[in-house]
Design a protein around this ligand. Sequence first.
Ligand SMILES: *Cc1c(COP(=O)(O)O)cnc(C)c1O
Length: 803
Amino acid sequence: MATSNAITSETDAHIVDVLRHRIGKDEPAAKLHDWYKASILALRDTVVDRWIDSTRRTYEEGGKRVYYLSMEFLIGRLLRDTLSNLGMTEEMTQALESHGLNLADLEELEPDAALGNGGLGRLAACFMESLATLDIPAHGYGIRYVNGMFRQRIDEGWQVELPETWLAHGNPWEFERLESTYRIGFGGEVVADGDSVVWHAAEEVEATAIDTPVVGWRGKRVNTLRLWTATAVDPLKLDAFNAGDHAGALADQVRADALVRVLYPADSHQAGQELRLRQEYFFSAASIQDIVRRHVLHHGDIRTLPDKAAIQLNDTHPAVAVAELMRVLVDLHGLEFNDAWAITQATVSYTNHTLLPEALESWPLPLFERLLPRHMQIIYAINSRVLREAHRAGLDEAAIAAISLIDENGERRVRMANLAFTGGHSVNGVAALHTELMKKTVFADLHKLYPDRINNKTNGVTPRRWLQQCNPGLTAAIKDAIGPDFLDDAEKLSALNALADDSALGERIAQVKRANKVALSDHIKQTMGLRLDPDAMFDVQIKRIHEYKRQLLNLIETVALYDQIRSHPERDWVPRVKIFAGKAASSYHNAKLIIKLTNDIARRINADPSVGGLLKVLFVPNYNVSMAERIIPAADLSEQISTAGMEASGTGNMKFALNGALTIGTLDGANIEIKDRVGDENIVIFGLTAEEVAARRANGYDPRELIENSLELSQAVSAIASGVFSPDDPHRYVDLMAGIYEHDWFMVAADFDGYTQAQRAVDLRWQDQLGWRATALRNIANVGWFSSDRTIGEYAKDIWKVM
Ligand SMILES: *Cc1c(COP(=O)(O)O)cnc(C)c1O
């Protein structure tokens, strides 16, 4: 006790010192926000000591480093994560209490770093934490967006997009590294100069590193998240300014600012598309220059790069890094093309995240050539090499056309996935099914040419954030039951299997779940004014809004259930709260309409006394990491109902199961592997398989007939289409529902009956609360494998060769 008090008072003295000397306030003058900043800065001092130790150790060991290039890092808040990973939560709590402050209040002041859109960005954040946990030297490389992903507000049920101002009060975690600044060129021309070529860029901006430390579990290692910000080479043209052209004098800086302003600028027009490609090149080129500079500084010979660096491309957004590395090796380091190609392939690897053809990135050739003329030449050179290999392998013309880095159908385009595939030694999918489908669909021909390149690395989530920090009650219950080993190895959660029928543990976990539901209900009451019954089943679908994720299937079933409850009030209905959240891409009309439909349905059902306490629907605005941390521990049912074959992996599914929710889902993405681990009896599966979906599409699928044969479905669809939920605009959903009648690309009709039956099976299970508890426990016990530590371990061994 004495030592713990001593540590607490040391922490306390440190915070007060920071408050005085770095914030410039004494205790009586300090506002809550000053304490918040002082606490983070004091904590950061501890982090920095370990960070410097880690960096020193990496230099001394001279080993290989991992570089994770990603357009998104959806890291969320860092205060609780950092305290927990350093084992300092208790002493910080006490230090703050001595000033009458509550740690939870300070945590609420931290903005979410919204530098990502969804699963892909959150995966990058989980990976950074696991890399540090596994003591692997690594840098994450991305963009420090000033506004990032938009903040979502709901006005009259509609999504409204606002700039996310997460940096408004500064960011106490980060360090600007002015010495790590690089020139990034765009446009201009390429001229021959004797044997070599020189790219004279028409325009240059400077990329400057801003570093955030990433602390691993138990603070063993602190790695670096290096995000690039942009400045004009000449931020203020003083001559122009003095001549009275005040705006023109600042134009270059405005142009540079635009590069780091938002994630995914609208690309429905040429200027937006160009900005997006500029962003991709900007951060990829800065990262490659940084990696090469570090290598040459510490190891001298550029040819040993593959021994010291593994570059992972998170999707195709940084694929231009392949061409940039080639340019640096050939043009700046004077290597032969063949040698440069061997080095590039040995260093780079690529993760594919989607099979949706519309999401496979490609750029109009004229735009690419105008912006990156030297890279265009390099891509042609790579392409002729790849096509030669394809000819030699005896592939037919159709296969060769599919392999080409240039899409010759219609307007010629540069295919970024083919560049990423050919430019590295490994291409991985993110769940077993997804990887198999990659081999059969998008990359079928590339797979024939390079049969050893595709491999699977099923996604994972960090159990620190997604169990320990978001659900301390459950963590404590597990620790009391099986001891603390699972904290260091999530697969040790399997010890819970022996206790699946232990009624005391079942009871305790049920109490934890209820407390989490009460806490969520309080939050919803405060923020939305809606009263929820914590004894109802919390049925949750939170994720980006997309037709393939099928929020519509859930909504139509909700409407059908509403009809059923009203027609048969005497039945023993299970009370449910249907919780939705998620952002719709700003240019995605149907996704925005689905948000409005959710709110229209919620308004009607929540106001109908005839279903009273049995059904409530709500759409929680501005889904982000902090919201997920609040909702997931309170969920009873996890909706993972995508059209089979379309969700590459999903990671939300893993977080829910880890927190003891039952999954209702299709045989898609990682759901299949979750089922394999928790057992068929502990998950509710329905619907077509990926093969059946493909077969129906190929053989002429007729949704109209299906709808007409299902009374429940046709009534629900007609009710929505005829304006029952939108009396102010009865035609609002006519087109949305017509889409289901006419083509139903996402097979809502085909899966509807299976889904309703599965939901009624869920009701039956709920009525057996002891059985439900045992299932929840089996889920928690058997999903430790979905820790991102396991995933990163596989990348490290199979792809990066660092373990
Ligand atoms: C986990 C997570 C996701 C991914 O969810 P899916 O259900 O796998 O699509 C998206 N956004 C946030 C904030 C998350 O935490």
